[in-house]
Design a protein around this ligand. Structure first.
Ligand code: ADP
Ligand code: MG
Length: 391
């Protein structure tokens, strides 16, 4: 965890005055429900104990000054005229600030200092952590009454329209509504959500394969298109459906033979993954981590065989993990074609598990993966060690 006291001192060194607040927004990992979000379905992420912190103070003019101490870079812009920057990271900040203004909130200028221990570009959503931290900092500095869901939607809008990345709503919602020692079941259609307890005996072990995700963007668009085609074809028999979310497994089974491949397999993944995600939440609610782990394993097989978004080296990581002692379940997490795996592992076995998994991956591929052992943490809020005595 980053030290809020250190952040306060760094802010003072840069701006000559102490911050009036420090906010914290977490990264995330998705335990179950992959490629279901754009099918109006269910996802089950956790907020992790790696987060983006922003120390902040209002200014009495219209300027916003931003320091990213992680990149050792700065940005500065006026609230009167927010333009897209050639530096991608600037746009996460500018985009959220502009989205707040477009939504009708009037803001004062601010000095911001960002520091994060969410790895950037690894699939743990450092982007949403940054967006939500920025939005929350301005909410607090300007005493705005803005709901968590609205904040998430504004941040997602900023990433979609200002940064130019087509992400779903999961990352922003979990950065807002995460809860310590819980996962969050999100209905991506109406954005309702409920917290689901995680057993205290297990750790969440994320393994970043460090594979370049070269195929990811085109394959993602193609999968989305295939899901749309499946909906159009299934509407012959079920005119009321709007998304694959509306199709039960029985309904799917009754007509799937009439769908061409690969549309049939893609739809089968989504229909089953939605059911697995709901079942997974119930399993956790009754404390059945064994059943939950089996659903994670089944999710991986489906991502590999039906949705075809895995890679041999990711399969290797997952299959090795599943065979190691103390592991309840393991699967690809994120959109695929590289990225991370997530495993649930008994605390007492985490060290051996991590060592053996890294070794097996290195032996087989020559590559070095990175492991992040995480626990579920709270969503956005003021940092515990907020602004301190100088406030
Ligand atoms: P992910 O969300 O999986 O980490 P993305 O590519 O979606 O990967 O977002 C990473 C980008 O977000 C970075 O390249 C950078 O532009 C921006 N970003 C995230 N965290 C920070 C930070 N602490 N300081 C500056 N920019 C950041
Ligand atoms: Mg991201």
């Amino acid at each position: 965890m980053l030290d809020a006291g250190l952040l306060r001192e760094r802010f003072q060194q840069r701006y000559g005055v102490y911050p009036s607040l420090i906010v914290r927004a977490p990264g995330r990992v998705n335990l179950l429900g992959e490629h279901t979000d754009y099918n109006d379905g269910f996802v089950l992420p956790v907020a992790i104990d790696r987060a983006t912190y922003i120390a902040a103070r209002s200014r009495d003019d219209q300027m916003v000054q931003v320091v990213s101490s992680d990149l050792n870079e700065e940005d500065s812009f006026s609230l009167d005229h927010i333009e897209r920057s050639g530096q991608p990271w600037h746009n996460y900040v500018r985009g959220v600030v502009l989205a707040l203004q477009v939504a009708g909130y009037s803001l004062m200028g601010a000095d911001l200092l960002i520091a994060s221990d969410v790895p950037r570009g690894s699939g743990l959503s450092s982007s949403a952590a940054l967006e939500i931290a920025v939005g929350y900092a301005f909410r607090e500095l300007n005493s705005l009454s803005i709901s968590g869901t609205e904040l998430a939607l504004l941040a997602q809008g900023a990433e979609n329209n200002f940064v130019g990345v087509q992400c779903g709503i999961m990352d922003q919602l979990i950065a807002v509504f995460g809860r310590g020692d819980h996962a969050l079941l999100i209905d991506c259609r109406d954005l309702s959500h409920r917290v689901v307890p995680l057993p205290s005996s297990v750790a969440i072990v994320v393994c970043d394969s460090r594979l370049p995700r070269t195929l990811a963007a085109s394959a993602y668009n193609q999968r989305r298109q295939e899901c749309n085609t499946a909906v159009q074809l299934l509407q012959q028999w079920y005119p009321g459906i709007r998304a694959l979310r509306d199709v039960s497994e029985d309904q799917f089974a009754a007509h799937c033979e009439r769908l061409p491949e690969p549309v049939r397999s893609r739809a089968r993944h989504v229909v089953r993954e939605n059911r697995r995600t709901l079942e997974g939440a119930e399993a956790l609610e009754r404390g059945d981590v064994v059943a939950f782990g089996q659903l994670m394993n089944a999710s991986h097989a489906s991502l590999r065989d039906d949705y075809q978004v895995s890679l041999p080296d990711i399969d290797l990581l997952v299959e090795r993990a599943q065979r190691l002692a103390g592991c309840y379940g393991s699967r690809l997490t994120g959109a695929g074609f590289g990225g991370c795996t997530v495993s649930l592992v008994e605390h007492s076995e985490v060290e051996t598990f991590s060592r053996d998994l890294l070794q097996a991956y290195h032996d087989a591929t020559g590559r070095t993966a990175t492991i992040y052992v995480c626990r579920a943490s709270d969503g956005v809020g003021r940092a515990v060690d907020d602004a301190g005595p100088q406030k």
